[in-house]
Design a protein around this ligand. Structure first.
Ligand SMILES: Cc1cc2nc3c(=O)[nH]c(=O)nc-3n(C[C@H](O)[C@H](O)[C@H](O)COP(=O)(O)O)c2cc1C
Length: 237
């Protein structure tokens, strides 16, 4: 049971309302999880950062004013998305230009948690400069410290993303308590079977049981026969 679409704010009723309506459509379409894109210089991120938010009304000014519109949008989605379905929000933990920092994101995440948002998907940058500008130095797992800071600071589950390449790296992040979920971007383009390879790397799937049953058994049989077949052709591996 979900509440009717009633949430609005004076002067901006349509946009907030449309966030709620979008959530309803996503539910009707059968989605299990919804995520607001509030990062990378999109509308919500533009409100948050003083580098882009120059308003002198109630939606600008100090951090509380700048958070007002994004929080109203998140509230509208939560109110129009079934309670039992998880709601995520993607944030830029830092705006890349020094206007919005991790401590701001922690304060924001505390408010999001109070609204019933389940997971903060912690990215960074995208507000200023070129879309390819680097907000933080690129290294494996370069945004994991942001996910950790938000998780610990706001006591809300987080999702880590950014140069997470294999199962053991992903598992180490989860085991360290820095994040609760892992998101994969380019590695999934590179290897669409990433999840089942990760399961094998972590010893969770030794017999291709997580693969498509139509052919998993065949890959398993091949794996078992390969040593003998390689030996027969003189390969040592
Ligand atoms: C082809 C491509 C398209 C992307 N499009 C989006 C996008 O529309 N919105 C977004 O938030 N991130 C987008 N990203 C960024 C990814 O969601 C992810 O945060 C980023 O690639 C870092 O993770 P990775 O190192 O696992 O790829 C895109 C990345 C790629 C490679």
């Amino acid at each position: 049971m979900i509440s009717p679409i009633t949430h609005s704010i004076p002067g901006r009723p349509n946009i907030i309302r449309k966030f709620g309506e979008a959530a309803r459509r996503a539910d009707a379409a059968g989605y299990d999880i919804i995520e607001i894109h509030g990062a990378h210089g999109y509308l919500l991120a533009q409100f948050l950062s003083p580098l882009s938010n120059k308003r002198n009304d109630q939606y600008g000014g100090d951090r509380a004013g700048r958070m007002k519109f994004p929080l109203a949008a998140a509230k509208a989605v939560r109110e129009n998305w079934p309670e039992h379905k998880p709601m995520f929000i993607r944030v830029s933990a830092v705006d890349g230009g020094g206007g919005w920092d991790v401590e701001d994101t922690v304060a924001y995440a505390q408010e999001l948690k109070a609204l019933g948002i389940d997971v903060v998907d912690t990215s960074s940058g995208g507000l200023t400069g070129l879309s390819t500008a680097l907000p933080v130095k690129r290294a494996l797992g370069f945004q994991v410290p942001f996910a950790a800071a938000v998780k610990r600071g706001a006591k809300i589950p987080t999702m880590a993303v950014g140069l997470i390449l294999d199962g053991p790296q992903a598992e180490a992040i989860l085991q360290s308590g820095d994040a609760d979920l892992i998101a994969i971007g380019r590695q999934a383009l590179f290897n669409p079977f990433w999840p089942v390879h990760a399961a094998q790397e972590l010893g969770c799937d030794t017999d291709f049981g997580m693969w498509n049953p139509e052919y998993g058994w065949w890959l398993d049989k091949r794996k078992n026969n390969l040593p003998a077949e390689r030996a027969a052709t003189g390969q040592v591996k």
